[in-house]
Design a protein around this ligand. Structure first.
Ligand code: NDP
Ligand code: MG
Length: 393
C-alpha cells in the first residue's frame, strides 16, 4: 500500500491521478489533496477519496474552506498556505507525491517532496525549468526518485536502456532523444492570421485535454520548449542530444534513437492516465482505464520539423537552455505573465513570444543557483514582462 499526496488535485492531471488511484484501492491510499481556487470540487474529491488532509493554497480562503468542509461533511483536516503544501509533501507517512500544481507556484512544495526523499511523480515541468540544477542536486542528496509524468518524458524514460547512465547518453548507445509534439491547433493556420487568434481558439487542443495554461503553451509550442529544458535536466542530456519532431497525431509520445540505427518509440492513445499509472506503479504496470491503440483504424503517422517563424517560443526556449539557468528561470516567469495576460484579453496571441523575447533581451545572463537567487530572477522577470505588457496596452 502506497500513501500519496496529490498537489494540484483539482487540475487536469490531479483529476486523472485520482481516477487511476480509485481503480486500485488495494494499492493506494490518499494522504493529502491540494487545490487553490476550486474549493467545492476539492471538498468533493476529499469526500470521494477520504484524504486525511485537504490543503487550500490560497491562505485568504481558510475560513471559507473550513466552513464549506463542515457544511459538506468533509472529515479531512483542512489546512491552508504554502507551508501546509510543503508539509503534506514531506510528511513521513507519504511515499509518493504527484507534483501537478501549474507553474512556478509548484516549485516550493515539489522541492519539499524532493528534499524529503520521496518518490516524486513530476508533472509540474515549470519547477524543473526554474531550478534544474538545484532540483536535481536535491534529489541526488536525498535519494528521491523522480519519475517523469509529462507524456514525452515518460515515453523517453520507457525507451531508455536498463544500462542508462545519467548525463552520459553516448555511453548508453543513445545518439538522440526525439521529442515529439503535435504542433497544436495552429500548425497550419496562415501566419498572417496569428494576430487575430482568440483565447477560445488557443484553449482548444486537437488531441489532449489539459489545463488552460499548458494548452496555450502547446499552441505557441512554448510547452515543447519547456519540455526540451525539462528533458535536459531529467536525463542529463545536452541541447545537442535532443531533436524536436512534429507529429500531429500524438500517437508516438517520444522516441530514443540509438547508434546502431534502432529507434524505440512509446505509443498509446493520448490520455495522461497512461503516464500517471506508469509513475504510480513503476516498475510494475497497472490498468489506467485507457483503451488499447487500435492499429486497424490508426491513421497515417506523419513527421516534420517545427518552423521557426511559426513557433518562435520553441526556439527561444532552446536558446535559453543553451544560455543557462538565469535565462530559463526568466523565460518561464515571463511566459507565465504573458500567457495570463493573453487569457485575460490584454495582449494578442502573437505578443506572447514578443514579451518573452524582449524580457530575455532586457536581462543579462548571470549565474544563479540558490533558491533565493532563482526566486529573485523569477520576480524580476515577472516585473519586466508586466512592464512590457503595459507598454502594449
Ligand atoms: P490545471 O490548470 O488543470 O491545474 C492546476 C492545478 O494547480 C489546480 O489544482 C490548481 O488549483 C492548482 N493551482 C493553481 N494555482 C496555484 C497556486 N498559486 N498555488 C497552488 N496551487 C495552484 O493544470 P494541469 O493539470 O493541466 O497541469 C498541471 C501541471 O502539469 C502543469 O505544470 C503542466 O505543465 C503539467 N502537465 C500537464 C499535462 C496535462 O495533460 N494537463 C501534461 C503534462 C504536464 P485550482 O484549480 O483549485 O485553482
Ligand atoms: Mg508533454
Amino acid at each position: 500500500m502506497q500513501t500519496i499526496t496529490i498537489l494540484g488535485a483539482t487540475g487536469s492531471i490531479g483529476c486523472s491521478t485520482l481516477d487511476v488511484i480509485a481503480r486500485h484501492p488495494e494499492r493506494y491510499r490518499v494522504f493529502a489533496i491540494t487545490g487553490n481556487s476550486q474549493l467545492r470540487p476539492l471538498m468533493e474529491q476529499a469526500l470521494a477519496c477520504g484524504a486525511r488532509y485537504v490543503v487550500v493554497a490560497d491562505e485568504q480562503r481558510y475560513t471559507e474552506a473550513k466552513a464549506l468542509a463542515a457544511d459538506m461533511g468533509v472529515q479531512s483536516e483542512v489546512l491552508c498556505g504554502v507551508k501546509a503544501l510543503e508539509d503534506v509533501s514531506s510528511a513521513p507517512e507519504v511515499d509518493a507525491v504527484m507534483a501537478a500544481i501549474v507553474g512556478a507556484a509548484g516549485l516550493l512544495p515539489t522541492l519539499a517532496a524532493v528534499k524529503a526523499g520521496k518518490r516524486v511523480l513530476l508533472a509540474n515541468k515549470e519547477a524543473l525549468v526554474m531550478s534544474g540544477a538545484l532540483f536535481m542536486d536535491a534529489a541526488k542528496q536525498s535519494g528521491a526518485t523522480i519519475l517523469p509524468i509529462d507524456s514525452e518524458h515518460n515515453a523517453i524514460f520507457q525507451c531508455l536502456p536498463h544500462t542508462f547512465t545519467y548525463g552520459n547518453l553516448p555511453a548508453s548507445g543513445i545518439s538522440s532523444i526525439l521529442l515529439t509534439g503535435s504542433g497544436g491547433p495552429f500548425r497550419e493556420r496562415p501566419l498572417t492570421d496569428f494576430d487575430s487568434i482568440t483565447v477560445e481558439e488557443a484553449c482548444y487542443h486537437p488531441n489532449w485535454s489539459m489545463g488552460r495554461k499548458i494548452t496555450v503553451d502547446s499552441a505557441t509550442m512554448m510547452n515543447k520548449g519547456l519540455e526540451f529544458i525539462e528533458a535536459c535536466w531529467l536525463f542529463g542530456a545536452s541541447p545537442d542530444d535532443i531533436t524536436v519532431v512534429l507529429h500531429p497525431q500524438s500517437t508516438i509520445h517520444s522516441m530514443v534513437q540509438y547508434v546502431d540505427g534502432s529507434v524505440i518509440a512509446q505509443m498509446g492513445n493520448p490520455d495522461m492516465r497512461t503516464p500517471i499509472a506508469y509513475g504510480l506503479a513503476y516498475p510494475e504496470r497497472i490498468d489506467a482505464g485507457v483503451g488499447p491503440l487500435d492499429f486497424a483504424t490508426l491513421a497515417d503517422l506523419t513527421f516534420s520539423t517545427p518552423c521557426r517563424s511559426r513557433f518562435p517560443n520553441l526556439y527561444l526556449a532552446i536558446e535559453a537552455c543553451r544560455v543557462g539557468q538565469s535565462a530559463t528561470t526568466r523565460l518561464n516567469a515571463a511566459n507565465e505573465v504573458a500567457v495570463a495576460a493573453f487569457l485575460d484579453g490584454q495582449i494578442r496571441f502573437s505578443d506572447i513570444a514578443r514579451i518573452n523575447e524582449q524580457t530575455l533581451n532586457k536581462m543579462e545572463p548571470i549565474d544563479v543557483y540558490s533558491l533565493q537567487q532563482i526566486l529573485e530572477q523569477d520576480q524580476l522577470a515577472r516585473h519586466t514582462a508586466a512592464e512590457l505588457i503595459r507598454g502594449l496596452m
